[in-house]
Design a protein around this ligand. Structure first.
Ligand code: ATP
Ligand code: ZN
Length: 288
């Protein structure tokens, strides 16, 4: 079994989750090396080792405790019906599962799917949707190239992953019903030892700092002193902003932190209030 000491983390070997999973650990200051054809790698600066697997195998390995943690799409996790803990939503590999039908077919609502056959690699998630909506449709489970099923006469509709919709379009399909939203999640085994729980807490602390930093920007600006009060109420930042005198009489430099989502609104308000020389810089880590 698992060597006590290192926490074992399963990530996708190659695919749409790999790059962002590796980048996440890197931003958390956890080094990992991916060699060609390697299945396992130990971090040189954190008590962790990584297993490189197919994404479909990750929930099962985490449930069994072969791996302590894993990164996987919610779609694969829910479909697997494995019993693990979702420790953190990670915000990348966002996609959705949708039902799509041939472009020329009419569609007025989910009831139109009654009596149809639907090809999918996600029979459990689709089955759940159909029963919740009282739709009697036949599920054809296939493992790949789902989108060609209608054109070869295998099924009337498909239920598949969509991110931009271009694959559907090029197969003559249109998306008619979104049934499940997914993003990458960090999952954990249900029975972690205290030692491994402590390692997981360390990792979560770092992930939170990275995510917080991505949601915020550091802002520096110059302001005439008689406008300072107004400007400070616009950007109150983590505590109150830092105000430093400029070499020019009657002017100050103001530093603060802005949330990305209110960014443009605040910038406009600041300019209207008389702020000049506004600099906005990314924050690498943010510890609150
Ligand atoms: P594996 O060889 O590991 O089994 P795979 O071919 O099953 O890989 P990928 O295509 O790499 O899987 O997708 C992995 C996960 O990334 C999906 O389960 C889903 O959560 C997410 N994903 C899939 N397609 C997209 C997309 N177009 N955009 C963003 N995320 C996606
Ligand atoms: Zn897969």
């Amino acid at each position: 079994m698992n060597k006590e000491g290192n926490i074992r983390i399963a990530i996708q070997k190659s695919g749409r989750l790999s790059e962002d999973s590796i980048a996440l650990f890197k931003e958390c200051g956890i080094k990992l090396e991916m060699g060609k054809g390697r299945l396992k790698s130990e971090s040189s600066n954190f008590q962790a080792e990584f297993l490189f697997l197919r994404d479909d195998d990750i929930p099962g390995y985490v449930e069994d405790g072969v791996a302590d943690l894993g990164i996987v799409g919610e779609n694969v996790l829910v479909e697997s019906e494995k019993d693990v803990i979702v420790s953190k939503k990670l915000g990348f590999s966002k996609c959705r599962l949708s039902i799509a039908i041939p472009r020329e077919d009419p569609f007025e609502g989910p009831a139109d799917l009654d009596g149809k056959s639907i090809a999918t690699s996600y029979p459990k998630i689709l089955g759940q949707y159909l029963s919740e909506n009282n739709i009697e449709a036949q599920i054809h489970e296939i493992s790949g190239s789902v989108e060609i099923a209608p054109s070869i006469g295998l099924a009337d509709a498909v239920c598949d992953i969509v991110s931009s919709g271009s694959t559907l379009l090029s197969n003559g399909l249109k998306e008619v019903q979104k049934i499940f939203k997914s993003e990458a999640v960090l999952i954990a085994n249900n029975n972690l030892s205290d030692h491994k729980k402590a390692l997981l807490d360390k990792i979560l602390f770092r992930i939170n700092a990275v995510q917080k930093a991505q949601d915020n920007k550091y802002i520096l600006l110059n302001a005439p002193n008689d406008k300072l009060d107004e400007i400070i109420t616009i950007i109150s930042g983590m505590k109150s902003p830092t105000v430093l005198p400029l070499a020019i009489e009657g002017w100050s430099s103001v530093h603060s932190v802005l949330e990305e989502r209110e960014f443009w609104e605040k910038i406009e308000a600041l300019r209207n209030a008389g702020a000049e020389g506004i600099l906005v810089v990314p924050i690498e880590k943010m510890i609150l």
